[in-house]
Design a protein around this ligand. Structure first.
Ligand SMILES: [Zn+2]
Length: 489
């Protein structure tokens, strides 16, 4: 991160940003430190990666200026699969199957907006930053074919017992094998050369409070990760977006203020090899001993992460932190990049990637590796290009068994005995959806009993205290309801 002097007409005014204690949003720094503790050479590996990043961005910029390189072959959207590994309470907390579908759809929309300069809140970008509002140009779509060629809704779900929660989630300190990525305890990655794998999990142990963490492709190249680990983990209920009004219903709950899908916008930046603007150096400036930066030119020096919703009211949009140098040598004409998706601000206070951030990512995804054959010093250009070469995976098809039709729901349900003297049993075919809840109604439509759905296939309700007569047992699923008439005698 060198210094950018060339944005004309922008006032260099700013002040220190008041910071309060916040949980660390992203586990990347902690993960890096954990790997370095076991593999000291990883520190130099990361430095080398950052050192080549600006060259990668410039290389892509050159191709764009020539109007040729980035589209030399057909580029398709990146197929995304969400692996949801949660317990039944968390599944319900995501709004069940219907909520998950909406979360997946809205998350893809957020990615496509944020990575193509189409985010509606870009109107909030201060004028000083507008010239650097970057367009990554990468598109995303739900994967509609799994690696075996079967139809897919773009997600898979594994409900785990609540008691096994401590086994799920990447424990950074102990570097526990990522249980959510193993077949026995979670959901394995789909071919990482074709799919962008995103696991939605609950972070546990010392990772508790983390919103996201990424295993990069370069980690595999360097020998620090397995190919099947490549991808992103996000806190399960940050998946998707409520929309700017926050008024979405039927989608469960959100760890506000992280309800706009920007956790994955941030982690996807890591996935495509860009870093936090402050360099993860513990509050130092790049010129301090031990200081670091993100390797990119147009993100000004920054001491540490910025949280919350900074007030971008300084004329010209300038906002600075402890790395402002009054000597004038390290002038920051446009202030720090705390409004970038790669900072730690709230979801509604991040609006953009910078041009260099965008070009660096594009160089990894939109250029084929062959574009740099024989060249050195350009980092890992083209490392994720293969993700853009599989358009057939994006073609929608109707999955079977994943979204039961009303007929399927009806046939999956048994209510017995009927007539009954009191006890009513409800069994649900385990191949169908889990029940959300059961409501018993009398002939007037009044609720006389309710049972909340759990992760099980069998329920029993005692109606012996009710008057004899006809009742309706209404079983609600995420995708519909089935009602049976019973006689209590
Ligand atoms: Zn991060």
């Amino acid at each position: 991160m060198r210094i950018l002097f060339l944005v004309a007409g922008i006032l260099c005014v700013g002040g220190a940003i008041a910071q309060t204690q916040h949980p660390v949003k992203c586990g990347m720094q902690k993960r890096h430190e954990a790997i370095i503790a076991r593999h000291p050479e990883y520190a130099q590996f990361l430095k080398d990666q950052k050192a080549s990043l600006q060259a990668s961005a410039d290389f892509y910029k050159l191709f764009k200026m020539q109007g040729s390189g980035d589209r030399t072959t057909a580029i398709s959207a990146v197929p995304v699969v969400f692996h949801i590994v949660v317990d039944s309470a968390q599944f319900n907390d995501m709004g069940g199957t219907a909520g998950i579908i909406r979360r997946c759809d809205s998350q893809i929309a957020v990615l496509n907006h944020d990575y193509n300069r189409q985010n509606a809140d870009s109107t909030l970008i201060p004028s000083g930053w507008r010239p650097l509002y970057g367009n990554v140009g990468i598109s995303f779509g739900l994967a509609h074919r799994d690696p075996s060629g079967n139809c897919s809704p773009g997600y898979d779900v594994k409900i785990i017992p609540g008691t096994s929660l401590t086994d799920v989630g990447f424990d950074i300190d102990t570097e526990t094998v990522a249980a959510e990525k193993l077949a026995g305890t979670g959901l394995p990655a789909w071919d990482e050369s074709k799919y962008y794998n995103v696991w939605c999990v609950n972070f546990t142990g010392t990772s508790n409070g983390t919103l996201g963490i990424t295993t990069c492709r370069s980690d595999v190249t360097g020998g620090f990760a397995n190919p099947w680990e490549v991808g992103v983990d996000i806190l399960y209920n940050t998946l998707g977006s409520t929309g700017p009004t926050g008024a979405a219903t039927g989608m469960g709950s959100w760890p506000n203020p992280f309800n706009l899908g920007r956790t994955l916008s941030h982690e996807t930046g890591h996935f495509f090899e860009i870093w936090h603007p402050w360099g993860d150096d513990g509050g130092l400036c790049p010129w301090d001993a031990g200081g670091a930066d993100d390797g990119l030119t147009d993100t000004p020096p920054e001491s540490d992460a910025v949280y919350g919703t900074p007030s971008y009211t300084v004329p010209g949009g300038t906002i600075n932190d402890a790395c402002q140098d009054s000597s004038g040598i390290n002038v920051q004409p446009i202030g720090i990049a705390c409004l970038s998706y790669m900072d730690y601000t709230d979801d509604n206070a991040m609006y953009m990637f910078t041009t260099d951030q965008a070009n660096a990512m594009a160089s990894m995804v939109l250029l084929s590796p062959s574009s740099v054959t024989g060249a050195t010093g350009y980092g890992t250009i083209g490392e994720s290009y293969s993700l853009t070469q599989n358009p057939s995976l994006l073609v929608p098809c109707t999955p079977s068994g994943l979204a039961p039709s009303p007929t399927e729901l009806n046939s999956s349900l048994s209510v017995y005995p009927n007539p009954t003297t009191g006890e009513v049993n409800i069994s649900v075919n385990s191949a169908a959806e889990k029940l959300k809840d059961i409501v018993v109604l009398n002939l007037l439509g009044q609720q006389v009993a309710t049972v909340k759905g759990q992760n099980k296939d069998y329920y029993s309700i005692d109606l012996s205290g009710l008057s004899k007569g006809i009742y309706f047992v209404k079983c609600n699923f995420a995708s519909g309801s089935v009602t049976r008439k019973i006689l209590l005698q």
